[in-house]
Design a protein around this ligand. Structure first.
Ligand code: NAP
Length: 503
């Protein structure tokens, strides 16, 4: 490590890290690095390659506003096309020289005397003024602790680490989990297998998806920038309307959406017994609502069974359920989701007082607008706590957070030697706002448990409001929320010039 510190280091080369890097360079911050532990860019969209992997937000909305693409082939782009979009962004914006792939951040320590971050990786250390955590929230596969799992003699893998060498043709396949991943790959694999058993712990609410190739007419429209923007706005407002209509509570909207979902189920499943098993016993919206037109038809096929008895253990040749039934398998696929928190919680991040982010978060992840944490100056998180979405494109949240960091970078450029730190009272105020919005929400009162909630039952995952409310409060820093302080002897003190300086 030598020379002046970098302007910023971004950890993670997924959607959010790349968006941050592009925007920072466009704003004139060229002294930056994007550190990525994998051998390639793309994050989620590089890793999840299961058959049928696609986004369930329309592509015109699930893309960056400043990097529009008019030629998505489908309304909901498949994984390969999203991964290619991200590769294209790297090429178009000349990001390659700024990437450090196959480099793992092991530790990041704030140097309170210098006001810089020391970022230690397995390939050496770097010094930077600003550190951006863009490590994603859903990355580490969660495998259920099933007795005997290690004794399984067939092939077993998680949907996020799909074993493409495993030919499923003619095999007896067990799928555990019925979330967003399972409903995408089950219809893709069902045609070739000898038998498919879907293990369901709780039935998901599923609404029609309406995916289709982008027709010639729409493609022509999307080539005209103002029309493309209008189309994107219509997609945005349709989703935002759900939030404005009160989707965070049990409301009339909940009842209407449930009726639509039940009609969708009835249209595909004639067998009343199967239909009953597939009918959720909690309110729509409590867990992530799924979109699919082919999952129910897949389950209705004669060589498919839906098992709702809990799994008791894994045997060398299959699975035994709590009712004593044995289910023989050649292949077991876990579609059991991820441990929330991503890699950030597995990296040692040491702040101003010498204590770690893990310690600061011992009672749960907490950040001002999901972005900054008191005691950790010049550290910014993308897709941090309470910034996930259930109803709209999460990239809208990412772009607001990127704007927030750019604002910080500009202010820091105007104040060489200073650092920015969120005021503890601003962070506490944001937590109180989130908790108040969560009170009585569908996630707490909808009659389900979900990974959205932490051990104490608090939702630290989702933003409980409209995207507009979040974006308006996040895009720009407010002087009352941050301190601009000069090391050494960092202590949050009175704002020095933050409000005065025009960045
Ligand atoms: P998930 O939504 O967390 O679903 C996990 C499934 O596994 C649930 O059905 C869960 O049942 C079940 N499960 C977990 N542990 C189990 C156990 N011990 N025994 C039996 N069943 C168990 O996981 P995912 O489908 O991989 O999706 C994760 C997230 O990734 C999504 O919520 C979404 O945010 C994202 N995703 C997005 C897209 C997209 O198109 N944008 C696609 C895929 C994934 P319970 O419901 O009973 O807990």
């Amino acid at each position: 490590m030598s020379g002046a510190p970098l302007d910023l280091i971004i950890v993670g080369a997924g959607f959010s890290g790349l968006a941050m890097a592009i925007r920072a360079r466009q704003a004139g911050f060229d002294r930056l690095l994007v550190i990525e532990k994998a051998a390639g860019i793309g994050g989620t969209w590089r890793e999840n390659t299961y058959p049928g992997a696609a986004c369930d937000v329309p592509s015109q909305l699930y893309s960056l506003s400043f990097a529009p693409k008019s030629d998505w082939t489908r309304l909901f782009a498949p994984q390969s096309e999203i991964a290619a979009y991200l590769e294209d962004l790297v090429a178009e914006h000349g990001l390659a020289p700024f990437l450090r792939l196959e480099t793992r951040v092991e530790r990041a320590v704030f140097d309170a005397a210098a006001g810089t971050w020391r970022v230690e990786t397995d390939r050496g250390a770097f010094s930077t003024r600003v550190l951006v955590g863009a490590m994603g929230a859903l990355h580490h596969p969660a495998l259920p602790r099933l007795p005997g799992l290690e004794t399984f003699a067939g092939t077993a893998f998680h949907s996020a680490t799909w074993d493409h060498a495993c030919d499923l043709t003619g095999k007896r396949v067990g799928v555990i989990g019925t979330g967003a991943s399972a409903v995408q790959f089950v219809p893709e694999i069902v045609g070739g297998v000898a038998h498919l058993t879907q293990f369901q712990r709780s039935a998901p609410w599923i609404l029609p998806r309406g995916d289709a190739p982008v027709g010639r007419g729409l493609r022509r429209i999307l080539r005209v920038a103002p029309l493309r923007r209008l189309y994107r706005a219509s997609l945005f407002w349709r989703r935002e309307a759900a939030a404005l209509a009160g989707f965070t509570r049990v409301s009339t909207v909940t009842g209407l959406a449930e009726a639509m979902a039940r009609r969708h189920l009835a249209a595909a499943i004639a067998d009343p017994e199967l239909r009953a098993k597939l009918t959720p016993d909690y309110r729509l919206g409590c867990k992530r609502v799924l979109l699919s037109d082919d999952y129910y038809p897949a389950l209705a096929r004669p060589h498919v069974s839906l098992v709702t008895a809990p799994i008791r253990a894994v045997l060398p040749h299959g699975v035994v359920t709590a009712d004593g039934a044995e289910h023989p398998f050649d292949v077991l696929i876990f579609a059991t989701g991820f441990s929330p928190g991503g890699s950030l919680l597995r990296t040692e991040v040491i702040g101003r007082e010498g204590s770690s982010l893990l310690q600061a978060w011992k009672d749960g992840a907490d950040a001002f607008r999901g972005v900054s944490v008191a005691g950790f100056p010049n550290l910014f998180l993308l897709l941090g706590p309470n910034t996930g979405l259930g109803h709209n494109s999460v990239l809208l949240m990412v772009e607001a957070q990127v704007a927030h960091v750019l604002d910080a970078l500009r202010r820091l450029r105007a104040h060489p030697g200073f650092v920015l730190e969120v005021r503890p009272e601003a962070q506490a105020g944001f937590r109180a706002e989130v908790d108040a919005r969560m009170e009585g929400s569908i996630w707490m009162r909808g009659g389900c448990g979900s990974w959205y909630l932490d051990r104490s039952g608090r939702n630290r995952t989702l933003w409980p409001g409209t995207v507009g409310t979040y974006v308006r409060g996040t895009e720009r820093m407010r002087a009352e929320d941050y301190c601009l302080v000069e090391p050494p002897g960092l202590r949050p003190g009175p704002t020095k010039g933050l409000a005065l300086s025009k960045p």
